[in-house]
Design a protein around this ligand. Structure first.
Ligand code: ADP
Ligand code: MG
Length: 623
């Protein structure tokens, strides 16, 4: 049995360094955090050779007094906490007293530092953790740390490092995020002598957002604000027209600490539910403040993860804050924004923008003549007094004319409910949807409309889908139903387990408009169907709903309702290719404008895009 010994300080440091100092990125993070804790207003990070040659961090913070400099390089030496109890009242980024000794253990480190009270500073040079030199030095107030030859004495670690380009990329991302969550601090990043990033340090978050993501991106960011006694949330989030294919552009901080939290990201995404297509994520900066007592920050070696007490509450506040911030703005993507997006985002990862870009592609051919005047065929369909008064189908779907005869009866009860719905819907006027006048229909797919200031193109299917979705979703939640009873019931064959599912979910299905009656062991009689579809469509929808119901075990009620409502909305909505009358299009637009989220269909695709007067003028080269 080998003898147990206590490791010497140097070896212990090198082991600890493995935890704290994983790569050049971690050195930058620790040094920058120290500068922030020192109250610096400017922090310059200069990197050479991907960080392996050298990393220099210069700050104008409080500095370290001469007698404390050597102490800072002892393990567990910190000025930030005194007792374990302080761990629960942490206001600083550092607290373990590990970073400086750990970095010094695996590099050649030079620190120069001066406090305001002294006319000169002090320097220390350590190599592999051993003190080489120290003494007074002339320098500015603040601290400069230079780390050279990182991992020179730990070749194994050196071997595992990715390329210099990867490392500088990661450092760059880190500084973006540090700048975003500390907008009052001016950051500069240089690599091999070339400046690659500078933040304004103006304490105006939107200006930092512009410095990081560009002015175009900043112009589609929406401010977010929430405050109660305990929690404060502020920041900027992107309108759905600006999205990314990963969560990388979501930056969150809790009490000034950059955190990586799956739960917080999910809460933000929940706020965008239905506004972004699957696999797309917003650009967001969210700064949370809460009493330090409700946090445990000491659960991750790089301090990137934290534990929040009563996390559920915080998460739901985040979702609500995101949702209401988005609701307060006009979310219609403008033409020039869409075009700008192309420059900054690879089209392949952007199905939504791809659609939009095809507009630009077809521009040269847009001399392809289309007349905005409704065709005579449509006018033939234009019926008097169309609208909500009859079925919501009547005002839109032309094929009402040849619907199966048996499917046309409404009870008074249903009419009352419809009216209640119409009223509820008109209370949602909170979104800033412009007042639009329909001009005409284009290739039987798009509605052309105008306001005083712009031209709008609305996807008729997506718009109707949104309107129907909100109706079904609210019906499901309130148990309201809008049923058209069939004069002759339809026999629907089902498997045994499908009958079970049907029985289990009969309340929800009824709220959607489906009324069944038992009919033997492998069939049901369909007595009522949703007011917006035909009996034939209804049968197809039942088959599709079965697929959703089969794997609902894991879904919460809201998720299930969301899925059912969007399925039905998609099936019942008018399709592209259907010719519509001006009047029915106007009704649709009016309903859309009263929707809670008029800008996207439930799958997150846009319902409407716009061309502003300026954009049109520019395209026609008017000055
Ligand atoms: P921690 O940050 O956890 O306290 P560190 O090893 O990172 O531990 O730093 C040790 C101490 O050195 C800090 O507590 C602080 O007092 C001092 N220090 C480190 N960097 C700076 C800096 N840039 N400016 C002022 N003081 C610093
Ligand atoms: Mg530190």
């Amino acid at each position: 049995m080998p003898k147990i010994i206590i490791l010497d300080e140097n070896t212990a440091c090198r082991i600890a360094a493995g935890e704290v100092v994983e790569r050049p990125l971690s050195v930058v993070k620790e040094l920058v955090e120290n500068s922030l804790d020192a109250g610096a207003g400017n922090i310059t990070v200069s990197i050479a050779g991907g960080g392996l040659e050298s990393i220099t961090v210069v700050d104008n913070g409080c500095g370290i007094s001469q007698e404390d400099v050597p102490l800072a390089f002892q393990r567990h030496a910190t000025s930030k906490i005194k007792t374990a109890g302080d761990l629960y009242q942490i206001q600083t980024l550092g607290f373990r007293g590990e970073a400086l000794p750990s970095i010094a253990a695996v590099s050649d480190l030079l620190i120069k530092t001066r406090i305001r009270e002294n006319s000169e500073g002090y320097y220390l040079n350590l190599r592999g953790g051993k003190l080489i030199e120290e003494g007074p030095v002339g320098c500015q107030v603040g601290t400069t740390v230079t780390v050279r030859k990182l991992f020179f004495n730990t070749p194994a670690r050196l071997k595992h490092l990715k390329s210099k380009a990867t490392e500088i990329g990661l450092i760059n991302e880190l500084l973006y995020k540090m700048a975003l969550i500390n907008s009052g601090v001016g950051f500069i990043l240089t690599h091999n002598g070339r400046q690659i990033f500078q933040s304004p340090g103006s304490a105006k978050l939107l200006e930092t957002v512009a410095a990081v993501y560009g002015v175009n991106a900043a112009s589609v960011m929406v401010p977010l604000e929430f405050k109660d006694n305990e929690i404060q949330i502020e920041g900027y989030i992107s309108k759905p027209e600006l999205s990314r294919s990963s969560r990388q552009q979501i930056t969150t901080a809790v009490n000034g600490r950059l955190v990586r939290s799956f739960a917080i990201n999910s809460a933000i995404e929940e706020g965008y539910r239905g506004l972004l297509t699957v696999g797309r994520y917003p650009v967001a900066v969210l700064l949370l403040q809460m009493p330090p007592g409700v946090l445990d920050v000491n659960i991750h070696p790089a301090k990137m993860e934290i534990k929040i007490e009563a996390e559920e509450k915080v998460l739901s506040l985040i979702t609500t804050a995101v949702r209401s911030a988005l609701r307060e703005v006009n979310l219609i993507p403008g033409f020039s924004r869409v075009v700008h997006e192309k420059v900054s985002l690879p089209p392949s990862e952007e199905p939504y923008h791809l659609d939009m870009l095809s507009i630009e592609k077809t521009k040269p051919e847009s001399q392809q003549k289309f007349s905005l005047i409704p065709s005579s065929k449509e006018s033939a369909y234009l019926k008097k007094d169309e609208g909500l008064k009859n079925s919501s189908k009547n005002y839109l779907k032309q094929d009402n004319l040849n619907m199966p005869e048996q499917a046309m009866q409404f009870s008074t009860q249903d009419n009352v409910e419809r009216q209640v719905f119409a009223e509820t819907v008109s209370n949602y006027l909170s979104s800033n949807f412009p007042e639009l006048r329909v001009v005409g229909q284009l290739i039987n797919m798009y509605i052309i409309a105008s306001s005083d200031a712009a031209l709008y193109i609305i996807d008729q299917h997506a718009a109707h889908e949104r309107v129907l979705f909100e109706k079904y979703f609210s019906n499901l939640q309130n148990g309201n139903a809008e049923i058209q009873y069939l004069l002759a019931p339809v026999n629907v064959n089902l498997k045994y387990y499908e009958l079970e599912l049907l029985a289990q979910h009969s309340q929800s299905l009824k709220a959607l408009g489906f009324v069944f009656e038992e009919f033997g062991k492998d069939a049901v009689l369909l007595r009522g169907i949703p007011a917006d579809c035909s009996a034939v469509e209804a049968q197809q929808i039942i088959a599709d709903m079965m697929e959703i119901l089969v794997d609902t075990g894991k879904l919460g009620t809201t998720d299930l309702n969301y899925k059912l409502a969007s399925l039905l909305a998609c099936k019942a909505a008018i399709k592209g290719g259907e010719s519509l009358s001006i009047q029915s299009m106007q009704t649709l637009i009016n309903l859309l404008s009263k929707s809670k989220e008029p800008y996207t269909c439930p799958h997150g695709r846009p319902t409407v895009i716009s061309f502003s007067r300026q954009e049109l003028n520019a395209m026609f080269k008017r000055t």
